[in-house]
Ligand binder design. Structure first.
Ligand code: AMP
Ligand code: MG
Length: 401
């Protein structure tokens, strides 16, 4: 298969259409970080009745009346709404319904109490400190449209509507499998010197959790074709997306790509993209299930997962990748060495309100250097046809924190 451009690979991912979306109704307090699968519509006016916005005295507005007897007291939550008689006032509090017949709230600060009466020493306009019916929202207003990522304010607004459970898109289950005979899982005791500790399956599990998927950790398996095929087939049965690392390159033991193409019954969407890092990645489809096969190097698999897994996970929730690209200014020159689309780990931070980029502490070397992703990390994006950038030039950065 010929290598395709990054833009073409993104178009292919964007054009993926799922046959069915899985939805579920979940308890409101489980919904943070899920994507709404229904419009949230106001079922009543809020507030439903004129309500006091301050502590003070409810009156009928009349500039000529400065002294008013206090007829009664009307706390918030009062179960009987008092009626205001003309020429008097009712002590009323923040959150109390306004007494029937009243139209204005004179704050405590504006009056002096003398015996059983108030003297208004600073008058207020008619309607002062009264929250009108529907100030928050009106009945039948769409307050949160479907496909919204549920954040803290959405939880609060839904609680005000007494929404106990809510329809959301099911988070896709992402099975995560690292391949490589040299890999040791967490805690596994090395038996010889050519083994290395796997990081990919753990960083990817964390990524899936962070960006709205349900991880299914499959651990590490050896570069054995039969084992790889068997494990991938098993994983595909219980996930929406199978995410693998290793074994997609051109080495003699890179069996993942062969298994996907020849034994999993998948249609390969693409294999090989003109990007750095991670050029050998592959995405394949089997109905509404996907295989995202990433290279083994830790930096490569992390970056390509951010670029490809995130939009794919978002598809299952009818939304798009949450990553944001910003414009920043280079604090040092940057030399691009290939004609591929490049994604470079950089430090990206605010200076006098503007994003700036430097490479302080970033090591130069292979795509094995995962520690380059620590800190205020961004990915400097360089297009295929871009070359060297001078200090002070504007660049695009995918912000990762
Ligand atoms: P591969 O893509 O299988 O050719 O692997 C490329 C490089 O990534 C090799 O140096 C591997 O040892 C390394 N690698 C593969 N899998 C992992 C993993 N799960 N965690 C960390 N490094 C890995
Ligand atoms: Mg390998």
């Amino acid at each position: 298969m010929p290598f395709i451009s990054f833009d073409e690979s993104m178009r292919l991912v964007e054009s993926i259409k799922l046959q069915t979306y899985k939805k579920e109704k979940i308890f409101l307090m489980e919904a943070l970080g899920c994507v709404l699968a229904e419009d949230i519509v106001a079922s009543y006016n809020s507030p439903e009745f004129p309500t006091s916005a301050m502590d003070g005295y409810a009156i009928v507005h009349d500039e000529s009346q400065k002294r008013l007897p206090i007829a009664s007291i009307n706390p918030a939550g009062n179960d009987t709404l008092p009626t205001l008689q003309a020429g008097s006032c009712i002590k009323t509090f923040t959150g109390s319904l306004m007494p029937l017949g009243s139209d204005t709230l004179v704050p405590i600060e504006n009056v002096r109490v003398e015996g059983e009466s108030i003297i208004i020493h600073q008058s207020v306009p008619k309607g002062f400190a009264v929250r009108e019916v529907g100030e928050n929202y009106r009945k039948d207003e769409v307050l949160i449209p479907r496909n919204t990522l549920i954040d803290i304010a959405h939880i609060g607004v839904m609680a005000t509507l007494n929404i106990v459970s809510v329809w959301v898109y099911q988070k896709p289950t992402v099975a995560i499998l690292s391949t490589g005979s040299e890999l040791l899982e967490l805690g596994e005791i090395p038996t010889h010197q050519s083994q290395i500790r796997s990081s990919n399956n753990y960083i990817l599990e964390a990524m899936v959790k962070k960006y709205g998927g349900k991880p299914l950790q499959m651990g590490c398996i050896a570069d054995d074709r039969a084992t790889i095929t068997h494990t991938m087939l098993q994983a595909l049965n219980s996930c929406d997306i199978l995410l693998t690392t290793g074994g997609v390159s051109v080495g003699d033991f890179d069996f993942v790509k062969d298994s996907v193409q020849e034994e999993l019954g998948c249609e390969v969407l693409f294999q090989g993209v003109k990007i750095k890092p991670g050029q050998h990645l592959m995405i394949a489809q089997k109905g509404d299930k996907f295989v995202v096969a990433l290279p083994g190097f830790a930096y490569s698999s992390t970056v390509t997962a951010l670029l490809y897994l995130l939009p794919l996970m978002a598809k299952f929730q009818n939304t798009t990748s949450p990553l944001k690209t910003i414009t920043a200014t280079l604090k040092e020159p940057f030399a691009k060495k290939t004609d591929k689309k490049e994604f470079h780990a950089c430090n990206c931070y605010l200076e006098k309100g503007h994003y700036v980029v430097d490479f302080v502490g970033k090591k130069v070397g292979t795509s094995a250097i995962l520690t380059n992703m620590l800190g205020n990390i961004g990915l400097l994006v360089m297009d295929e046809d871009e070359t060297t950038k001078a200090m002070g030039e504007s660049v695009r950065v995918i912000l990762l924190y």
